[in-house]
Design a protein around this ligand. Structure first.
Ligand code: TMP
Length: 206
């Protein structure tokens, strides 16, 4: 990819603070003179906005269809938004990406989901991923003060426990890329922990 481009993704369960930290990262890069693109999955492309409504408001009834809809969203997003921005030397900050599928669509094997992710993205992996690690109970109590959860996030407690267990395995598979940030601390402390890695990513970019 072009000079100075960076692709960073933000992962974790709803309520973990990833979207807040994405905005902090955006400020960090902007203040350091970088051109930043902020995006998300599902819903980062034109087609993706329709898919987001379909997946999160209506909900897919068939699990395989759900996986394929996330892949369709990802394929469009990579080609229409992420790759063009990286080719222009921008920093792309993306709320959720391949690791969300590995965690949330946990009824399917890593092997299958890796193959589908590879197909959808053409092999584009983030330079850096943050996983904001938060116990389920804390996430639930944080969410009580917020509007209604989406169709996926409002699944039973046991489903969300499996999502967390899967995220733990995902982090262990690629410790170099995925930085685990304990997210139960106050926002400013979480930002400081994240910024250590952001500074590192600037220092090591070409
Ligand atoms: P969010 O954008 O508000 O975080 O919500 C996105 C929802 O979609 C969240 O419940 C997680 C879910 N999701 C998956 O199940 N699989 C995926 O691959 C992605 C990107 C999101």
């Amino acid at each position: 990819m072009a000079f100075n481009s960076l692709f960073i993704t933000f992962e974790g369960i709803d309520g973990c603070g990833k979207s807040t930290q994405l905005l902090k990262a955006k400020r960090f890069f902007t203040e350091n003179g970088y051109d930043v693109v902020e995006t998300r999955e599902p819903g980062g492309s034109m087609i993706g906005r329709h898919l987001r409504a379909l997946l999160l408001e209506e909900g897919a009834k068939i699990q395989r269809s759900e996986v394929l809809l996330f892949m369709l969203d990802r394929s469009e997003h990579v080609r229409q938004v992420i790759e063009p921005a990286l080719q222009q030397g921008k920093v792309v900050l993306c709320d959720r990406y391949i690791d969300s599928t590995l965690a949330y669509q946990h009824d399917f094997s890593f092997e299958l989901l890796d193959t589908l992710n590879q197909f959808a993205t053409g092999g584009l992996k983030p330079d850096l991923t943050f996983y904001f690690d938060l116990p389920l109970e804390t996430a639930i109590s944080r969410r009580r003060s917020r509007p209604e959860s989406d169709k996926i996030e409002s699944r039973p407690h046991s489903y969300m426990e499996n999502v967390l267990a899967r995220y733990t395995k995902v982090c262990l598979r690629e410790p170099q890329r995925i930085k685990v940030i304990p997210a139960h601390h106050p926002i400013e402390e979480v930002t400081k922990m994240m910024e250590v890695h952001l500074r590192g990513s600037i220092a090591s970019s070409p």
